[in-house]
Design a protein around this ligand. Structure first.
Ligand code: SF4
Ligand code: SF4
Length: 456
């Protein structure tokens, strides 16, 4: 390993130098404010699932990053280095150790944040630390792979444009069959639409049924919408790997396409980190003012029911259901009540999980954890608290508004043999759809109009 003149590895020196460029006032506040009271300790699912192991405590993990700040960027570390536990990284091995903490022992779920009386936001500077490591090429292989796909192909699952279009066409045929309407369309790149609908690549690659279910709902509502042929991936690995440039590039592609199509509103399908990235963080990363509205498809579906644009019959969804709040939706974006209201309209037996809303536990696959194969055993061990939370509801199905949570929950349900299913609101709403005369009439008029526009 080659080193700088001070004996530090080049990568370690780069991490320290770049930290100075990346620190924000919010991060400095969080790095300086911890009084080590320990109140956040029991808020972390890693701690609760690994009793007796202090290395999972949020403050312990935060201190692995904090010591660098104290040593290199805070006056207290220069005056009282031992007292404030200032420390550094010297070797690439030190960076590898840091990697195992910031990627392998924290999902950036922010549950400790809302339980900290000092307002310490570990997830914010944990993300920063991830970005510093990624910048010098130290990251889990899966994170590197997914980020590369999103940079180079434009979506995080490497879906080619022709496959995306082909899948939509396939779902359009399914829509025509199910609706018994040869004019039914899933429009692509229709200009001046009220809605531009963006999705998670998982829907194309592993769950095209979600595309069909959304199309059914738009069709029945007579919605003026389109899916874009480019910039359709609303997920954003920049949130997970701490790369603001990636975050800005991915979100920017979505915004640019909506503008190109002159869409009035961006509707984001059910994905926690995609919603947070595209609606909340993306404009800052992309350094762009957004001239159109955006909302979660959960809100769109709820509006359609409330406005009488679609009708639903909850008896079409028999069985018992609980709801899992995605950390990014609930804790970071406040999307807690609308999904419950919607769920209560489409199922009869809804039972809350406790704790819930902003206090809910992570699906344990958040923060990009599902892409980090090397940490899977530890992730599943740390999912014990989530498994207990799920089984205590006594329900058969867990509903969540996040594709990432679907995968995280499915994995732990299999591991702990809970025998539960996982589904999303779009699936339940589509399944509960009923047709009455007024809706049928609107639907036919709109279907003919959409078909005529598509033919032009
Ligand atoms: S992060 Fe907050 S709650 Fe946790 S030890 Fe520090 S001050 Fe206490
Ligand atoms: S952000 Fe979540 S996973 Fe990370 S330390 Fe805090 S509670 Fe634990």
């Amino acid at each position: 390993m080659s080193t700088t003149t001070n004996g530090r590895s080049y990568k370690a020196q780069k991490v320290i130098d770049r930290m100075g460029q990346k620190l924000t006032r919010q991060m400095v506040g969080s790095l300086a404010a911890c009084v080590h009271c320990g109140q956040c300790t029991d808020s972390c699912h890693y701690v609760l699932s690994n009793p007796g192991d202090p290395t999972f405590a949020p403050a312990y993990k935060a201190d692995r990053i904090r010591k660098l700040f104290k040593k290199h960027y805070d006056w207290t570390g220069k005056v009282f280095p031992k007292w404030v536990k200032a420390g550094t990284v010297q070797t690439d091995e030190d960076l590898e150790e840091l990697k195992d903490i910031v990627f392998g022992k924290c999902t950036n779920c922010r549950r400790c944040t809302i339980n900290c009386p000092m307002g310490v936001d570990l997830a914010t500077f944990n993300r920063m630390a991830r970005g510093l490591l990624c910048h010098v090429g130290i990251m889990p292989e899966g994170v590197e792979y997914v980020a590369k796909e999103q940079w180079e192909i434009g979506n995080q699952m490497g879906v080619l444009k022709e496959d995306y279009i082909e899948t939509i066409e396939w779902q359009e045929e399914e829509l025509q069959d199910e609706m018994e309407d040869p004019n039914a369309r899933i429009p692509v790149d229709k200009v001046n639409s009220e809605i531009v609908y963006v999705i998670n690549p998982r829907e194309i690659k592993h769950d095209p049924r979600s595309v069909l279910d959304a199309a059914k709902i738009f069709y029945m509502a007579g919605a003026d919408y389109t899916m874009p042929s480019e910039g359709w991936d609303m997920t954003n690995f920049g949130l997970f790997n701490g790369d603001d440039e990636l975050g800005g590039a991915v979100a920017g592609r979505v915004y640019d396409k909506v503008e190109e199509l002159n869409g009035k509103k961006l509707v984001i399908s059910e994905c926690g980190h995609g919603y947070r990235s595209t609606r909340c963080e993306g404009p800052n990363w992309a350094k762009k003012d957004i001239a159109f509205d955006s909302e979660s498809s959960v809100i769109t579906m709820l509006k359609y029911i409330k406005e009488g644009k679609i009708k639903v019959d909850k008896t079409k969804n028999p069985g018992s259901y609980t709801f899992h709040d995605s950390c990014n939706n609930a804790r970071s974006c406040g999307l807690t009540e609308e999904p419950r209201e919607l769920l209560s309209l489409v199922v009869d037996d809804f039972r809350e999980m406790y704790p819930n809303r902003a206090e809910n536990y992570c699906c344990t696959g958040g923060g990009g954890a599902m892409s980090m194969a090397e940490y899977r055993p530890s992730r599943l061990k740390s999912a014990k608290v989530k498994a207990d939370q799920l089984s205590a509801t006594g329900t058969k199905t867990v509903v969540t508004s996040c594709h990432n949570c679907v995968d995280g929950l499915t994995d732990l349900i299999g591991h702990y043999k809970l025998g539960m299913d996982v589904t999303q609101l779009v699936n339940l709403v589509a399944n509960a759809l009923v047709v009455d005369e007024k809706i049928e009439e609107n639907r036919k008029i709109h279907s003919a109009e959409t078909s005529a526009t598509a033919a032009q």
